[in-house]
Design a protein around this ligand. Structure first.
Ligand code: FES
Length: 103
């Protein structure tokens, strides 16, 4: 059963940006987009590249290594060379904090 984990303050993530967040030895990305806050795995699904330095454009994250893109809301791989979707996690915001639902 998943639990809501307090990950960060809303202010910790700039508009149209992301931060890396580690929990129980796993790395996650937390995004602040025009559509709200979202979370996914931090590693690109193409190669072992962190998305932390990637660019957030609207609700899309662009990998800094080869420019593959993912839909931040759904994790869907949008462009080559990425073909495997990112795993995403439910997010809620309460009292200025960002919570992520994890198993
Ligand atoms: S490692 Fe991300 S697109 Fe290649």
């Amino acid at each position: 059963m998943s639990q809501w984990i307090d990950a960060c303050a809303t202010d910790d993530v700039d508009d149209e940006d992301l931060i890396a967040w580690m929990h129980n030895g796993r790395n996650y990305a937390i995004y602040n987009t025009e559509k709200g806050y979202f979370a996914s795995d931090l590693m690109c699904t193409h190669e072992e590249q962190s998305l932390e330095d990637g660019m957030v454009i609207d609700c899309v994250i662009e990998c800094p290594l080869h420019g593959g893109r993912f839909d931040i809301c759904t994790g869907k791989a949008l462009s080559a060379p990425c073909t495997t979707d990112l795993v995403t996690y439910p997010v809620k915001v309460e009292a200025g904090r960002v919570f992520i639902a994890l198993d």
